[in-house]
Structures are given as structure tokens and as C-alpha cells.
Design a protein around this ligand. Structure first.
Ligand code: NCD
Ligand code: ZN
Length: 346
């Protein structure tokens, strides 16, 4: 029986760190286990220009605990006014690693997102030329489309036509939640990949709605039926290089979650690695956790894997903190709903 697991240090390819007091409260929880993270740009106002990204990167660096070994990889928020030259400059200077597409209105702080894709065609073509990945929040925003169908409809209506209009564009479909998305990405060739979150490997939609409403399991894209969760587990544990970890750890103060119109987002950074070890062990795939969390992401982003390591040990059940205190208020930590036996020991 495996009780110790040493892996290359993992990276998180989709992370919300926020800003100010919340940033200072949460960043150490990612820096402890992860070497690098792709930092989402959906601040208010969003991170739109290369200068915005450089300034945000400096604020993150200033918020890290002393001695932390953590590199934030910055992204730009694509708007209809984004300047292709600015994007290319920020990429050439090593400031940004990707550009994020939020369809306007799709999720938290997405009001500045894209409505008319013709207006971003030039930026996307430049990104294809320079090999800069587009990270896609893959949900349509049409109110006529049921919230549980918004991802699969997005593939047919938006993503497939967009990729046809911009050949060579490298795309990551972020936080996939459906069998349809897994199937689409699996057959998509080397320029298409997907991140999968911690929580979508663990919960289905019953966790949110059955036996009482549980706002701490509400995120976007919303968790789907169990058949979809099983497709995600199968993809994550398959070793297929198209799938890698993006936690989408998205802290909101409890007061913003526990409200008549609560925010979408699940804070999973403190428990992700123990949760993943549990899920992969249950699937008989502990030997493929390193591919998912430590190797496939760097390969897609054309970066070397980390040469430092992380060790997890399996022992008696332990209880992670139910919440953390931040200067922006308490933030509830993802409760996986099962006892955690794995813990990160070094
Ligand atoms: C994210 C957030 O809170 O910024 N929320 C979420 O439910 N995942 C935004 C996002 O990634 O959609
Ligand atoms: Zn996100």
C-alpha cells in the first residue's frame, strides 16, 4: 500500500488571488504547495494592459511570505479594446503567459468581457502568430440557455467557430465540467487543452442543491450531473497531456457567499493536493497524479517542470481548517465531504 508520494512540485494553471487584504490573506495557501500559478485577471477594474499585469505581479510578490518559492504567471483580460501590440510587447517581455476570454456577463467580474468577437479577431490572430495561449471561460451567456447547458452549447456556438476563424491559436478550455467538453478537448490536437478544478472532480450538482442549499459549493461553471463528474475523473486520471490542474480556487468572503445573491467561487487552495491524492487513489491512478498536477501543464505552456519536489503522506484522517481569516473577512475552505488521509508533509 502506498503511503508516501513524492512528486515534482505542482503548479496551478488557473487561480484567483484577488487583491489587497484578500490577496494578502490567501496567497500563502497557494505558495505553500504550488511553485507557479496562472493568475486570473478578473479584478475590479480588470488587468487589461501589460502595465496592469506588471503592477499586479508586483503586488502579489509583495504579499508573499518571506522565503516563499512561488512564481505568479500573469494573464491579461481580453476586452473589445485590447491592443494587439501591447499584448505582444507584454508577452515578449515575459510579463504575460496567456490572455483570458470571458464572454461578457459569464461570471464574477466579467462585465468588461467580449460581446462582439469580430472586435478581437486582430488580437487573436496576433496571439496565434506569437504562440500566446487564449484561456477560455467556456459558457454562453444567453439567458435562454439553461445554466447546466451553457458549456456544451458554448463549444458548438462559440469555441469551434472561433478556433476555425483563427487557425493555429493555442486554446485552454478552463475548468471543464462536462463530458462534451472532455470529448471535444480529447480529440483537439496539440494546440487544445483543458484545466480541471479540484472541486469538479469531487462534487456533482447534488452537493449544491440536495437536502438544503449549500452556497459554498456554488461556482461557475456550475457542477453538473454525476456522469459528467465521472468523465472529468476519467480525463484527469488518464494521463492524457491535454488535461491538467487548474484549481479555480476563487476566494470570496463568507458574507458575499451567504447572501440572497451569493457569489460564485470555491476556495480550494489549502486542500487541493490532499483532495487530489484521495481522488487519484480511489481511481487507482496515484501514479498519474504527477502528470496531471505537475507535468502536463508546463508541457502545454512550454515551460520546464519544477525541479523541486513535494511529499504527501497517508495516515490518520485529519481535519483541514473549515475557514481561514483574512483582512477581508473569513473565507470558507472547500469541504470535500470525505475524511482527508493524505497530507502534504514537505
Ligand atoms: C470565479 C471568481 O470568483 O472570480 N468564480 C467561479 O465561480 N469560478 C470566476 C470564474 O472563474 O468563473
Ligand atoms: Zn476562475
Amino acid at each position: 500500500m502506498t503511503t508516501t508520494l513524492t512528486l515534482r512540485r505542482p503548479d496551478d494553471w488557473h487561480l484567483h488571488l484577488r487583491d489587497g487584504a484578500m490577496l494578502r490573506g490567501v496567497v500563502a495557501h497557494s505558495a505553500r504547495d504550488f511553485a507557479r500559478a496562472i493568475i486570473m485577471p478578473n479584478l475590479v477594474p480588470p488587468v487589461v494592459t501589460g502595465d496592469d499585469a506588471a503592477a499586479y505581479r508586483a503586488r502579489i510578490a509583495a504579499s508573499l511570505p518571506q522565503g516563499a518559492d512561488f512564481t505568479p504567471l500573469m494573464t491579461l483580460y481580453l476586452t473589445e479594446g485590447t491592443d494587439a501590440d501591447d499584448v505582444a510587447r507584454a508577452h515578449a517581455a515575459g510579463i504575460v503567459r496567456a490572455v483570458k476570454l470571458y464572454p461578457a456577463g459569464a461570471t464574477t467580474n466579467s462585465a468588461s468581457g467580449v460581446r462582439d468577437f469580430a472586435r478581437v479577431q486582430g488580437v487573436l490572430e496576433r496571439m496565434a502568430d506569437i504562440g500566446l495561449p487564449l484561456l477560455v471561460h467556456g459558457e454562453v451567456t444567453d439567458p435562454d440557455i439553461d445554466i447546466f447547458d451553457r458549456e456544451s452549447v458554448f463549444i458548438d456556438r462559440v469555441l469551434a467557430p472561433l478556433r476555425a476563424r483563427v487557425p493555429g491559436l493555442r486554446v485552454v478550455m478552463e475548468h471543464v465540467t462536462t463530458r462534451e467538453a472532455v470529448d471535444y478537448v480529447r480529440g483537439g490536437g496539440p494546440d487544445l487543452a483543458a484545466t480541471i478544478t479540484t472541486h469538479h472532480l469531487i462534487i456533482n450538482r447534488n452537493a449544491i442543491l440536495a437536502g438544503g442549499i449549500r452556497p459554498h459549493y456554488y461556482c461557475l461553471p456550475v457542477a453538473k450531473r454525476e456522469t459528467h463528474r465521472l468523465a472529468l475523473v476519467e480525463a484527469a486520471t488518464s494521463g492524457d497531456p491535454a488535461f491538467f490542474l487548474g484549481t479555480d480556487s476563487a476566494p470570496h468572503a463568507d458574507a458575499a457567499k451567504l447572501s440572497p445573491c451569493g457569489c460564485a467561487g470555491i476556495f480550494s487552495a489549502p486542500v487541493t493536493m490532499p483532495c487530489l491524492a484521495h481522488v487519484f487513489e480511489d481511481a487507482g491512478a496515484l501514479d498519474r497524479l504527477e502528470a496531471f498536477a505537475c507535468l502536463n501543464g508546463p508541457a502545454f505552456y512550454r515551460l520546464p517542470p519544477n525541479d523541486t519536489t513535494i511529499t504527501l503522506e497517508k495516515g490518520d484522517p485529519w481535519a483541514p481548517p473549515a475557514m481561514i481569516e483574512t483582512g477581508a473577512g473569513p473565507v470558507t475552505v472547500l469541504d470535500p465531504g470525505f475524511p482527508l488521509r493524505w497530507r502534504v508533509t514537505s
